[in-house]
Write a protein that binds this ligand. Structure first.
Ligand SMILES: Cc1cc2nc3c(=O)[nH]c(=O)nc-3n(C[C@H](O)[C@H](O)[C@H](O)COP(=O)(O)OP(=O)(O)OC[C@H]3O[C@@H](n4cnc5c(N)ncnc54)[C@H](O)[C@@H]3O)c2cc1C
Length: 427
């Protein structure tokens, strides 16, 4: 069942919701057009008024705020990169970065669940699915009626993802039987007791010992043989985002659940990884920006030895360096976003692939350093949960692990920079 208005082009809803006056933000590298500026304005308002106030409680209690998440559907941003004919906003990579940056400045965990849904499930399906699959799933996913995720990692295959063991075998009726365990799945459960609503699942349809023959399947909650293994609790950070192990025990899916071509899913994976990295970098920029704001304000209000903290050179260094690094990260991010084509398949040595790895690598480390500096500026107050920085500091660490570890980015960048025949490719 579609919720009312789910099939209406969401881009129209975003723009209609905006006041007619010129956006405060339009016209820079970060908001190249008026529509980008309006999108930022809308997201910043939402983040300040509704996402920020709930962040502390939901993170402490390890709960996911589903009503607030569905509100993103009402605003039209759950399908930010999806064509309007399927209920999406039909917007570009820069727009996706804006939404992630603004949400992460308030609550990175809530934003991580948004990323898993809007990019790992929704964008992946929009780019790789058939017209029938898109027509059936995307309007419900864009409205928030259905909350999705993506299953790639396994207990024994993370960075070395092509070593995955989950396999799918064709049944006599033309459908498939999927067997294997998927680990660390964001939105894998929403309530802690059952699986989440729908997933894109990577599995081997060729020899499981081979690195080839990867296929992609759509699996819905309630499919025979599909169940929740465990909710992964007590994470260091990102605690308001639900993470789970999912079990596929001879899980039966129809032939119509194959996304793309049998054996052709490595392309789907590569195509989606680029925008994922970009938006994880955007999350880092949101965290860093928030930390710079917090430390600048705190150093103004707090005094020591009869003077505000901001008058001490060592504090100025923390504030000044954080600000410059945050600005450098944002510039790299939005420059890369502007040249990212959501429909292309990144190839070896492609400029886009190098820079999505580069932006995520730089921004992840930069966010962690900014959060660390903010905590240092705040002393004891920075170390306790009452202030935002302690949570942002824990959340920032995930951005050096999820969507590719730092070491994976080092490897990819070096491989792509040096090319195949030892030819250097410097964009
Ligand atoms: C909160 C959270 C949410 C997640 N959400 C999802 C999700 O929704 N879907 C999904 O599929 N996955 C998800 N993941 C999984 C994530 O993508 C993996 O954790 C990540 O890819 C790393 O894999 P791993 O944890 O198995 O570490 P490993 O691959 O075991 O790596 C361990 C260490 O060894 C290093 N290493 C490995 N190989 C090399 C090498 N060749 N050279 C140098 N160093 C190397 C790594 O960089 C790392 O430092 C999530 C993870 C977390 C923590």
């Amino acid at each position: 069942m579609l919720r009312a208005g789910a099939a209406i082009g969401s881009r129209l809803r975003i723009v209609k919701a905006m006041p007619a006056c010129r956006s405060l933000y339009a016209g820079s590298a970060f908001e190249p057009t008026e529509t980008h500026g309006k999108l930022r304005e809308m997201m910043r308002k939402l983040a300040e008024q509704e996402v920020d106030p709930q962040a502390k409680d939901f993170n402490r209690d390890e709960r996911f705020n589903i009503p607030l998440f569905r509100k993103l559907g009402d605003l039209g941003v759950l399908g930010i990169t999806v064509p309007e004919e399927y209920g999406g906003a039909g917007m570009d990579a820069t727009s996706a970065c804006i939404v992630h940056e603004e949400l992460a400045a308030a609550d990175p965990a809530f934003c991580l669940s948004y990323l898993a849904h809007s990019l790992l499930f929704v964008n992946n399906l929009a780019r790789n699915g058939s017209h029938e699959q898109k027509r059936e799933y995307l309007p419900r996913a864009c409205s928030g009626e259905l909350i999705g995720g993506m299953c790639m990692s396994e207990p024994d295959a993370g960075t070395d993802v092509l070593a995955m063991r989950t396999k799918a075998v064709r049944c006599s009726d033309g459908g498939f039987s999927i067997t294997g365990n998927k680990m660390w799945i964001t939105n894998g459960t929403l309530d802690g007791n059952t699986t989440g609503d729908a997933f894109l699942v990577y599995a081997k349809t060729g020899d499981p010992a081979s690195r080839d023959g990867l296929s992609l399947f759509l699996v819905e909650k309630g499919s025979q043989g599909f169940r929740l293994g465990q909710q992964i609790k007590d994470k260091c950070g990102m605690r308001a985002s639900m993470t789970a192990e999912l079990v596929f025990d001879s899980c039966l899916v129809p032939a119509s659940s194959v996304v793309g071509e049998i054996g052709g899913a490595t392309k789907c994976m590569m195509r989606n990884l680029e925008v994922e990295r970009l938006c994880l970098a955007a999350m880092s920029c949101g965290i860093a920006r928030r930390c710079v704001e917090v430390m600048a304000q705190y150093s103004t209000e707090r005094s020591s030895f009869g003077k505000p903290l901001k008058s001490f050179g060592q504090i100025q260094r923390l504030v000044g360096e954080s600000f410059a690094q945050m600005r450098a990260g944002r510039a790299y991010l939005y420059e890369t976003a502007a040249k990212t084509d959501l429909d292309s398949i990144p190839s070896a040595g492609a400029v886009g692939r190098l820079d999505t790895d580069g932006a995520k690598l730089y921004c992840g480390d930069m966010a962690k350093r900014c959060a660390d500096s903010a905590m240092q500026v705040m002393g004891g107050n920075g170390y306790v949960g009452e202030y935002q920085v302690e949570r942002l500091w824990r959340d920032a660490k995930l951005l050096e692990i999820g969507g590719g570890t730092n070491e994976a980015h080092h490897k990819n960048i070096t491989r792509d920079l040096t090319g195949t025949g030892g030819r250097l490719i410097i964009p």
